[in-house]
Design a protein around this ligand. Structure first.
Ligand SMILES: N[C@@H](CCC[C@H](N)C(=O)O)C(=O)O
Length: 293
């Protein structure tokens, strides 16, 4: 049945999303409809779609995803090809801004907003760059797949890092190599991780730190969306991987430069293990209505 979708277009460091509200959980977009919405020529265009649904209106069995009663809202995130993802670090900041803009949530300075995601419940605060989100506990995936990308002369070892969703981080020799990589093709991973992966290509700065803050340049090929201008969870995975490679004495705070801007990453101890947080801007660009079949 054809219907009109009222949406808002937003982005975080150029990673762009089509957001819409569905408070009572009445709208189910098919993967084909999501791909049509994200099409940059025939649709609105975006790296993903975010549906704002109240956690209590998730289908039965999915409520565990928002088990914390404070998570009134759930971020239902879909990649541009219509596949779901557990988490989106840029998307969740834009989502918080969208909820506030729609009058569906409030967030005063110093307060915390809790949001449900497929990767678990996440806390956000406002900060100077926009919003900061605690991505929770991270882990090395144990995999070190070889990574090949077009225009990179040899295969490189990657490091599997999970920050709610799966990533493989690859270090390149210098900025020239980073600029030359053709990420319009899907990087080849050997072995292929069971759930696929977002692949981050990084060049740590030399010297690595400035004023105690680690610095990295990064480009990314996202699972389900292709090359994007930024990936928030990818920036966190990149900082965790570079810290891992750098060894003892490496910083806990990082500045990650992506084609769409700059993101901040910080690692910090908590009672349930080390967490990683992500900071960056969240922008809403325009509203519209799209007819969908
Ligand atoms: N761009 C996002 C990540 C979006 C999901 C990703 N493509 C996946 O499939 O895991 C971010 O900012 O983290």
């Amino acid at each position: 049945m054809a219907f009109d979708l009222r949406f808002t277009k937003g982005h975080g460091t150029g990673n762009d999303f089509v957001l819409f509200t569905d408070p009572d959980g009445r709208i189910t977009l098919t993967p084909e409809q999501i791909a049509a919405v994200c099409d940059r020529r025939f649709g609105v265009g975006g790296d993903g779609v975010i549906r704002a649904v109240r956690s209590r209106h998730l289908p039965e069995g999915a409520t565990a995803l928002a088990e914390d009663e404070a998570a009134e809202w759930f971020m239902d995130y879909w990649n541009a090809d219509g596949t779901p993802s557990e988490m989106c670090g840029n998307g969740i900041r834009v989502y918080a801004r969208f909820l506030i803009d729609q009058g569906l949530a409030e967030l005063a300075d110093g307060d915390t907003m809790t949001i449900g995601t497929r990767g678990g419940v996440r806390d956000l605060q406002r900060n100077l760059s926009g919003f900061q989100v605690d991505l929770g506990r991270w882990r090395l995936d144990g995999g070190e797949p070889l990574v090949r990308a077009k225009n990179l002369p040899v295969a490189r070892p990657g490091l599997g890092v999970n920050v709610g969703n799966p990533h493989v981080v690859v270090a390149l020799a210098d900025d020239n190599e980073l600029d030359a990589a053709d990420l319009s093709f899907i990087p080849l991973l050997d072995p292929v991780p069971a759930d696929g992966a977002n692949v981050e290509f990084v060049v740590p700065a030399d010297p690595l730190t400035h004023d105690g803050i680690g610095r990295i340049r990064m480009r990314v090929h996202e699972r389900g969306s292709g090359e994007t201008l930024s990936c928030g969870t990818g920036a966190a995975a990149a900082a965790l991987a570079v810290r891992h490679w750098a060894g003892a004495g490496a910083p806990e705070q990082w500045r990650v430069e992506v084609p769409g801007g700059v993101l901040g990453v910080r690692m910090f101890p908590t009672e349930d293990g080390e967490h990683v947080s992500l900071s960056g801007p969240a922008e809403l660009v325009f509203d519209g209505v799209l007819g969908l079949d």
